[in-house]
Design a protein around this ligand. Structure first.
Ligand SMILES: [Zn+2]
Length: 168
């Protein structure tokens, strides 16, 4: 079977930074990444590169940051008053809030997001809320573990079920 729309695809891959070669993420061969092809759940260019491949096929390609998670922009930078980070006693933990650290935050709608600390002053913390992989050219190398037709349920739900997929 070949990778195309309405197929559930399992892949193993190593994701690395295309420029530096630094490894970012690697799937466990026993738990490949499983996804429903063609519903836009992944980076479009990632899916395009797998189109027509079959079980056992290898892949090795890169995606520029513009086509992946975009670039970090000024809109993603927020300046947050320091009191927000005070604990219940009104203390500020200088050892915890250090430049470069990722801090779990939530926005006004209660969505969880992570901010990366860019600057800490006595008045504020400047955080970057862009995707951690913004500005990074991605390199994917791996193989197709399995391709199977999606069930009608999976197509209706827009995601894969079973191992590696949604359980509900
Ligand atoms: Zn479902």
């Amino acid at each position: 079977m070949t990778v195309k729309e309405n197929m559930v695809v399992s892949v193993n891959y190593i994701l690395s930074n295309h420029k530096t070669g630094e490894k970012i993420e690697e799937t466990n061969p026993e738990q490949p990444m499983v996804f429903l092809y063609g519903v836009g759940s992944l980076i479009p260019e990632f899916e395009e590169n797998l189109l027509g491949k079959t079980e056992g096929d290898l892949f090795d390609f890169s995606i520029t940051s513009e086509m992946a998670y975009g670039t970090s922009s000024e809109e993603d930078i927020a300046v947050i008053p320091i009191d927000v980070f005070h604990d219940e006693q009104g203390n500020f933990d200088t050892a915890y809030f250090t430049v470069g650290k990722l801090i779990p935050m939530s926005d006004g709608q209660g969505n969880q997001l992570r901010g990366k600390i860019k600057e800490v002053t006595t008045e504020f913390i400047k955080m970057d809320f862009s995707h951690p992989l913004a500005g990074v050219d991605l390199h994917f190398k791996g193989s197709i573990a399995e391709v199977r037709p999606a069930t009608q349920d999976e197509i209706d739900h827009g995601h894969a079920h079973g191992p590696g997929g949604h359980h509900h």
